[in-house]
Ligand binder design. Structure first.
Ligand SMILES: [Cu+2]
Length: 146
């Protein structure tokens, strides 16, 4: 066992949340510089036989940028682009895990993608437009057991 469970992930989330709150207090006042984004965590919620999750797509970050989903259950992922003018993308390229997603989300629009995570592990997602990923538009999809 490698501890990849929803309960374990949530425990870690609480801890990360507390650490992030402290870090935020320390960082208030210099928020205009190019600080690295703090981790933000989302957990997909089971609704019938699918799990629903939402990610806001921005310039140049995802919110949350760490999403926990269950293995073997269809994920309905709602991607919402909150920027006024810039289109963004959500890409996962992990053919070794039978996981390939590529969605374009126009400015101010919402796109829903569905997929089934078939393998446990952590997979990077990113925006493949221009240099958005380099500027911070990356995140991690964490696939756990029930
Ligand atoms: Cu982008």
């Amino acid at each position: 066992m490698n501890g990849l469970t929803v309960a374990g992930a949530k425990r870690r989330v609480r801890w990360v949340g507390a650490a992030a709150a402290v870090a935020t207090l320390v960082l208030v006042g210099c928020a205009t510089s190019g600080l690295e984004r703090l981790p933000s965590l989302g957990v997909a919620e089971l609704s019938g036989n699918v799990q629903v999750a939402r990610i806001k797509v921005n310039s140049h970050f995802f919110e949350p940028n760490r999403l926990i989903v269950q293995v073997g259950v269809t994920v309905r992922l709602v991607l919402k682009n909150e920027t006024l003018l810039a289109g963004h993308a959500f890409v996962v390229f992990a053919p070794e895990a039978d996981l390939e997603i590529s969605a374009y989300v126009p400015a101010r629009q919402q796109v829903t993608v569905q997929f089934v995570p078939r393998q446990l592990g952590e997979f990077t997602f990113y925006c493949n437009i221009d240099d958005h990923a380099e500027r911070g538009a990356t995140g991690t999809l964490v696939v756990v057991e029930e």
